[in-house]
Design a protein around this ligand. Structure first.
Ligand SMILES: [Zn+2]
Length: 258
């Protein structure tokens, strides 16, 4: 089985100048299966310093990676604890958007959308897990099992959240340009992902305990600086930096469509 399709260039800047940076071991990962390689090769771009995997999984391999759903991705997982976390996230957005349609890409356990609904937003969820979509719909929330690029609702959203999503995408630029298309002028793009430019990340590397080098579902390791450059390139002004409470060593960034 062909496991990965090589990028062959930097997925953020298209530079052909990159070199091997690190090899991660994913044999302890929740989704690991012995039919897949236990090594993940990470490259660094010599032009923009972005760090990315050698390639992304083929359709055949991704079926193996996605065959199990982690508990925390299931609708309603720890819903009361997560409601508090989601509320603190939404309060970071409120100064820039206080109502309207909220699109959450990769809604997972649904907490952010249900909480946004409490705050007066009109929720809409996308997720690649059919089970989650069926369940969210059964609670009366609009949901589709679809890719963001298939949505035909230009300039309708006040907020688009992509929490822990861009690092899963082979080509994050596609996600950003689609978010730009779907957002109203002045609308909010709300993002989170691990920040490799944090002392916490360096400390985990130093202790050889950084889980992200063995994270099978990630293709990118962003740092704050490169993310901010990319946001500007795609027509967004980052307006607020924060630390995410959802996953380890993550940043949470509010950006506004210029
Ligand atoms: Zn690059």
């Amino acid at each position: 089985m062909k496991e990965r399709i090589d990028f062959g260039k930097c997925p953020l800047c298209d530079s052909l100048e990159f070199e091997k940076f690190k090899v991660g071991d994913c044999s302890g990962h929740f989704s690991y299966d012995e039919t897949l390689s236990k090594n993940i090769i990470w490259n660094i771009c010599r032009n923009c310093r972005h760090v990315f995997t050698e390639g992304y999984y083929t359709d055949e391999a991704i079926k193996i990676v996605f065959r199990k759903t982690q508990g925390l991705q299931k609708l309603g997982f720890e819903f009361e604890k997560n409601r508090y976390v989601s509320a603190r996230m939404i309060e970071k957005v409120i100064p820039y958007a206080s109502g309207g349609h909220w699109l959450d890409v990769g809604f997972g356990n649904g907490s952010l959308l249900f909480t946004a609904q409490e705050y007066g937003f009109k929720p809409y969820g996308l997720d690649l897990r059919q089970d989650n979509v069926a369940q969210l719909s059964s609670w009366g929330v609009r949901a589709d099992c679809s890719d963001i690029s298939k949505l035909k609702m230009d300039e309708e959203f006040s907020v688009i959240s992509m929490m822990d999503v861009l690092e899963h995408m082979p080509y994050p630029r596609v996600g950003l340009s689609e978010a730009y298309r779907l957002l109203k002028a002045g609308g909010v793009l709300f993002l989170s992902m691990p920040n490799r430019e944090s002392w916490a990340w360096e400390f985990l590397d130093h202790k050889n305990m950084n889980p992200y080098w063995g994270e099978m579902e990630h293709y990118q390791n962003f740092g704050r600086a490169r993310l901010y450059e990319l946001l500007n390139e795609f027509g967004f002004s980052p307006v607020r930096y924060g630390v995410s409470e959802r996953y380890r060593v993550c940043m949470e960034v509010v950006a506004v469509k210029k």
